[in-house]
Design a protein around this ligand. Structure first.
Ligand SMILES: NC(=O)c1ccc[n+]([C@@H]2O[C@H](COP(=O)([O-])OP(=O)(O)OC[C@H]3O[C@@H](n4cnc5c(N)ncnc54)[C@H](O)[C@@H]3O)[C@@H](O)[C@H]2O)c1
Length: 359
């Protein structure tokens, strides 16, 4: 019989409630033993809602006391590296929310701590775990697209600032704006599907067009009166890859568009694919005839090709399979985002390489 893993949650905010606590409560052989938040009431209320016994306000005290096997880090971005490194050094496995870190330097420290500890770290890149993304990844890995030479990726919202004046819009707490928030999902997804190609150069631009508006917050996200907004609310650019491919990307928290759109579009020598607002379509040719395939993934409401939480627990306990969202992918993306910000600041293309990537 498998050992029951002692699990705790660090950060009891929106994403912890929507994703992590539900996710781990439903995994066999995991016991949710404690919740930590600097705001005691948030941790206590979540603990009560989910029948969790222990509540902490200091993650170090919780890790020292509870003999944990696994934690989720669901705090503002500036705390990811500090908490992840502390937990890893204690021999605790870490499921860290995206983005892994504020920048590549922090990501390197996390990667080093992961390698030295022998514990595992997975990034909470839930868009890699959707049925559509899992099926598309398998389709690509079986060479149905051939060489992917061009991609488009984006997430554009009409009114989607995640709380004007909260930590999300404060560079020293978030590391950046929409690029590090939504780019960390959909630029990541495009590059993951393309097989993490070696970067060549990037051209980026950022804009702050909705800083003074209170009307463009995301539904359900409250702003903070007088709070700082010193990050970009839109980001776009072009990433060129050493294998000759490119990715054009476009992210915005707020923009004057008809409707929100999140997408990855891939063009390959043998086939193409689009994943737009959660709908997957595949394109190709057979016997000289162009063909479209629309996978009917929603016909079976119980179909779950991958489960982020079960996958990480299986990886920790059996260690046989490939981790879907490992720490090194966080460094790969952080280097791209760092170069993107450099390009936007300098208004010039930036050439760079990622030494550890698989072409
Ligand atoms: N994967 C996704 O789709 C997704 C969606 C939303 C957010 N996120 C990520 O999740 C993380 C949290 O985002 P959120 O929307 O839940 O933010 P949030 O502001 O709702 O929650 C953050 C929580 O962390 C707590 N906190 C702050 N400092 C702490 C500390 N030292 N110890 C313990 N708790 C502390 C805060 O009090 C707050 O309750 C971010 O990194 C964000 O990028 C991911």
């Amino acid at each position: 019989m498998n050992k029951t893993l002692r699990y705790a949650l660090i950060g009891a905010g929106g994403n912890a409630e929507k994703k992590h606590i539900q996710g781990y409560k439903n995994v066999l052989n995991v016991e949710v033993v404690a919740i930590c938040d600097v705001v005691r009431e948030k941790a206590a209320q979540m603990a009560e809602r989910h029948g969790v016994e222990k509540v902490y306000t200091d993650y170090k005290e919780m890790i020292q006391t509870e003999q944990l096997d696994l934690v989720s880090i669901v705090t503002p971005n500036y705390l990811h590296a500090e908490i992840a490194i502390y937990a890893l050094q204690y021999g605790v496995h870490v499921h860290c929310e995206k983005p892994l870190s504020m920048n590549a330097e922090e990501a390197r420290s996390i990667l080093r701590a992961t390698e030295q500890s022998g514990s595992q770290l997975m990034i909470g890149l839930n868009n890699r775990f959707t049925n559509e993304a899992v099926l598309l990844k398998r389709w690509i890995d079986e060479d149905n697209l051939g060489h992917i030479y061009s991609a488009k990726a984006g997430w554009v919202r009409r009114s989607g600032i995640p709380g004007r004046g909260t930590w999300f819009t404060n560079r020293s707490l978030a590391g950046g704006g929409v690029m590090i928030d939504l780019g960390a999902h959909y630029l990541d997804l495009a590059l993951y599907l393309m097989g993490k190609p070696e970067p060549s150069f990037i051209v980026g631009s950022t804009h702050q067009n909705f800083v003074h508006t209170t009307s463009r917050n995301r539904n359900g996200y409250k702003g903070v009166e007088g709070g700082i907004f010193n990050v970009e609310d839109s980001a776009s650019g072009y990433l060129s890859l050493v294998n000759g491919a490119s990715v054009a990307f476009d992210f915005s928290w707020a923009s004057n568009i008809e409707q929100d759109r999140y997408y990855v579009e891939l063009l390959g020598t043998k086939g193409g694919a689009t994943l737009v607002n959660g709908e997957l379509k595949l394109f190709g040719e057979y016997g000289g005839v162009c063909m479209d395939i629309t996978p009917k993934l929603k016909l079976n409401p119980n179909l779950k090709l991958a489960n982020e939480f079960q996958h990480f627990v299986d990886y920790i306990t059996h260690n046989g399979q490939k981790l879907i969202a490992p720490a090194e992918d966080g460094l790969y993306l952080a280097e791209i985002i760092d170069a993107f910000y450099q390009s936007a600041n300098e208004q010039s293309p930036v050439s760079f390489r990622h030494s550890m990537c698989v072409i």
